[in-house]
Write a protein that binds this ligand. Sequence first.
Ligand code: NBX
Length: 828
Amino acid sequence: MSAADSSVAHPEHDRSSLSRESLKRAFLDHLLYTQGKSLEIASKNDLYQSLAHTVRDRLVRSWFDTSATHQKRNARTVAYLSAEFLMGPYLGNNLLSLGISHEIRLAMSELGLDLDELLRQEEEPGLGNGGLGRLAACFIDSLATLEVPAIGYGIRYEYGIFYQTIMDGWQVENTDAWLRYGNPWEIQHAEWAVQVKLGGHTEQYTDDSGRFRVRWVPEKTVAGVPFDSPIPGYRVDTTNTLRLWRAEATEAFDFHTFNRGDYLGAVNKKVTSENLTKVLYPNDESVQGKELRLEQQYFFVSCSLQDMLRLQQHRGQPVTSFHKSFAIQLNDTHPSIGVAELMRLLIDEHLVPWDRAWDITRQTFSYTNHTLLPEALERWPLELFRRVLPRHLEIIFEINARFLNEARIHFFGDETRIARLSLIDESGERYVRMAHLACVGSHAINGVADLHSELLKRDLLKDFYAMWPDKFTSMTNGVTPRRWVALSNPRMGKLVTRCIGDGWIKDWSRIREIEPYADDAAFAAEWRAIKRANKIDLASLLLRKTGIKVDPDSMFDVQVKRIHEYKRQHLSALHIAALYHRVKSQRNLDITPRTFIFGGKAAPGYMRAKLMIKLITAIGDVINHDPDVRDRIKVVFIPNFSVTVGQCVYPAAELSEQISLAGKEASGTGNMKFAMNGALTIGTMDGANIEIRDEVGEDVFFLFGLTAEEVYALRREGYRPMDFLRRDGELHAVIELIRSGFFSRGDSALFAPLIDDLLNHDPYMLLADYDSYAACHSRVDQAYRDTQAWTRMSILNTARSGKFSSDRAIGEYCDRIWKARAVPVEKR
Ligand code: NBX
């Protein structure tokens, strides 16, 4: 029995529905009445759907009690606004939260079914790009587990992040039709649909009481329909809601066109409306000029704010105390149009005076920044913005005028600073700067790791920091130990539970209690056996997905994350090519056998990143087929890295590659998942790596590379990558090898865009860090040979990772930003 299966305190009246017999009966009922099948003819999907419905039914009562309690108590509710929620598969997690994995497993097996096979049937909703979307998912898990009233608001994309295959070493994108077989976890609530206006123009008029007002006459109106999924806390009565909006044509609109006799026109409009939530935009593609993306953002934000106002009314509260009922978190700038939309709703629709409305707005919103890369900052061409949201542009102009007045007093005579602060970029073509709107409209602004928060204050947002130092704070990210340990690594969970009890699942700081076991030989032997078993599981996944056979006794050295130049997967590629070069030059070289495992998606329009994938697979192809080295080095690229794949990867990893150029990775969260699962980190002083090293200790962390300060200094002096290349013979040889076409069947042009860039510009300073990286890997190589010492370091990494739970992060947000408290659910 795994930690996930241990029994829980559930009140009597619930337990009866959780007995094996009633689970079996409910399952067979769903098979018959929901899927219309018998056991004999059911497909795997029928079986999965029936089980999912059976489990969902068991969440409905607490889901219901939760909203009733929150409504009755008028509890301050956290609204987490995010364009992305990368939830991962629901079934396993919900079984874990309910504490019925064991009973379900037995119930299924009594019906001749294998739970693991049913779990594998679930098509994961990939409604996010990477770290930002996954953070939102970890956060709503923690909010529910901590019993904090919360709603996750987002978009129900019909197509999530593309499905990646690798063909001839290149990334190929395929559509992700995740809703193909239906989504058993969601409930559609047509009765709570709202209307969202788009386009058109505004008109001024005077109302009956002589008040000056503005009317927005839209070009079109779209309906937003909410789809709710339950988010159960771990072994508590709280089940919060994830509410995702789908765009539909409004009936009124259809009628209008229809009555003019234009049936096909009406249908066409319907299709156009529904395009709004059709597909998730992959990140890093030029975010500018994508009108549909602005419409998407506005659509879900407007739906969510209207929904909160409805709830406010339902709770019998006046709109003027909106900020007392809701704390809205902006997950990056994607929902930051909410600042202008709340102002519009309060002023135009609820007749609240400007100053009062502005007060409410600022007390409601807070903003999390997730990037320091200036090219990733969202800004919308003014004319595009006016076309889509004419009324909001007026409101933004007014916010800006008032804000700049305040700024002019603060920075008397400093007009260049005023221009830098403005919500409108007027240096060339005019843009609306969304990060500025978020800063001005929020009472708190945070970075996602300490270094990142410092750099925000020093660089990206320095003018705002100078004006409002008290608004700024740092909230180091965290990840949920439920999904990332209890669910993904049940073997480790079971061992830990046997030693210290299962309190760690709800309170990851208690994982510290395993620290004394680091010197316990029997514990260490089990720890090693668990890692080995997890490696065997991953090896079979790798074989299934790539046809490449790897040795579970080699070191599993892993880099999984989005493919991006700043994350420097190509630094790792250079080092692997160097190892290959070394082994080929000294045939008997004694190196620790390694399996280099990569995974991650490149944005479809990001050619350099796609070429990085090709470089890794090309080097891998040569190495994996060369009899001289293939027993010592293997390189595998796992296609379509996802939450599901991650759950298999983190528990099997021994070395975690966190090698971004210092100052570029805001935080990283994969780094935390690895450390929790006992991998050692080879990493730079970047993002949360710094804090991981502080926690686990510098002697159990492989540090290399320039610090952020050194990066700035080097850039100031004038960085010349060639200077570094001349100093390093091996690197020189490796670059020549790649350039010559050795890894590309003689095609010397293929990797030229990457290599030439390294030699001439190297904006992410790979050449400056290469030496230190290679030397660090030699230390890793040596360290791995001492199995006992390595195991000890592995245990210490897990034991000291207590800080990196999203429960800790959410606790800090609740105390310092949201002023939200736990509200125990009253059972009916
Ligand atoms: O957010 C990531 C950062 O790069 C990580 O350092 C950080 O740990 C994580 C959570 O705070 N950012 C990220 O994932 N961004 C996106 O996915 C993204 C999505 C859409 C877009 C721009 C960026 N337009």
